[in-house]
Design a protein around this ligand. Structure first.
Ligand code: PEP
Ligand code: MG
Length: 371
């Protein structure tokens, strides 16, 4: 439980009076959301829903969903997951009390959901009424050489739309429950991960609108909501003007954007990158501070292209860089609307945002000069 002193609050108050950037937190558990609020987060900028699926009470149904070869089988498993997922969002919406909550649709590393051990395979075989050999073949069919460059993010929602449908239903049902009890209606921002093309977002957006209509008709009420996307692939940044036609907001996923721009695995970054930084081959670890020349250029392109299509397009960042002061300085210069970082980095981000606003006021940076 964070204890915040009076001096700390005074300092933060000054920072808040100066900064322009909003500060949100990346959070998916009630504890994280609670901590984020205590540290002054002004919303959730990234709720990674895949983390919710590893709960021991649900992983069986998750495996059943992934391993089923029929839509009917997947829907049976999803029906078991819906109440869990609805409760997840009810809790988050209650804690965030009307502040914006960006919920990202499932972006699993699929291999982490696949059953590997014999007993896991046997369990999922029993739940699907399938034999072990079929399950082994299915697991082999689904496994990929490069899962991080594979069947993840919105690609999964293209091939198995019923998964996103369950999540979207859970979001709206939860929002309606909390709106009724609190009078402060949650405004969900539904975020589609790993979009590379406009068509992917269009398909997802249409699906979200369709599910919204269904749930609103059943409940006899409506909820305001927004649909946006992560910009975390170079292609998405380059075609951001087209993607923006279907988006209410963009959030820069600078973890994946760094990985894909450098062609450098984020999971193996510790292997030789320190050598690069020590020798000055790279000035900084690009997974810590935004690489201005490459990743930063893509952020700038996406910002300009996105806002050329929609001048008021809301822009944020939710990669690890969202809590890094140097990167926050860059976000200020780009004119982003908010940064989102881990709950414990929120105070640092508030200070950094204030410093960035002051620095920017005395020396307007890139965004203004190139405008
Ligand atoms: C990102 O890629 O920057 C991001 C925020 O998403 P994740 O870290 O979950 O891939
Ligand atoms: Mg990502």
């Amino acid at each position: 439980e964070p204890k915040l002193s009076g001096d700390f609050e005074t300092l933060m108050g000054w920072a808040d009076g100066v900064r322009r950037l909003r500060v949100r937190a990346n959070a998916e558990t009630p504890l994280d959301a609670d901590t984020a609020r205590k540290f002054g987060a002004e919303g959730i900028g990234l709720c990674r829903t895949e983390h919710m699926f590893f709960d021991p009470a649900r992983i069986g149904a998750v495996r059943q969903m992934i391993m089923s070869e029929t839509e009917g089988g997947r829907r049976d498993a999803l029906a078991k997951l819906l109440p869990f997922q609805r409760d997840d969002f009810v809790e988050l919406f209650r804690i965030m009390a009307g502040l914006p909550v960006t919920i990202r649709l499932l972006d699993p590393p699929l291999h982490e959901f696949l059953p590997h051990k014999e007993e896991e395979l046997a369990e999922v075989a029993a739940s699907l009424g399938a034999d072990l050999a079929t399950m082994k073949r299915r697991a082999a069919d689904l496994s990929e050489a490069n899962p991080m460059l594979g069947h993840r993010g919105c690609r999964l929602a293209m091939t198995y739309p019923e998964i996103a449908e369950m999540q979207v239903r859970a979001i709206f049902e939860a929002a309606i429950i909390v709106a009724k009890e609190a009078g402060l209606a949650p405004v969900p921002e539904i975020m589609v991960p790993l979009v590379a093309t406009k068509r992917e977002l269009e398909i997802s957006h249409e699906q979200i609108d369709r599910v919204a209509k269904e749930v609103f008709a059943e409940a006899g009420t409506t909820i305001e909501y927004f649909v946006g996307t992560m910009i975390e692939l170079p292609r998405a940044a380059l075609v951001a003007d087209k993607i923006a036609e279907s988006a209410d907001f963009f959030s820069f996923g600078t973890n994946d954007l760094t990985q894909t721009t450098f062609g450098l695995s984020r999971d193996d970054a510790g292997k030789f990158l320190p050598f690069y930084v020590e020798r000055g081959i790279l000035p900084k670890d690009p997974f810590v501070s935004i690489d201005l020349e490459g990743v930063g250029a893509l952020v700038q392109i996406a910002t300009e292209k996105g806002r050329s299509t929609k001048p008021g397009l809301k822009l944020g960042i939710c990669g690890e860089h969202g809590g890094d002061p140097a990167s926050i300085q860059f976000c200020e210069s780009m004119g982003l609307d908010y940064v989102s970082c881990s709950p414990y980095r929120v105070p640092v981000a508030r200070l950094a945002a204030a410093q960035a606003a002051l620095a920017h006021a005395s020396a307007p940076a890139m965004a203004d000069r190139t405008a």
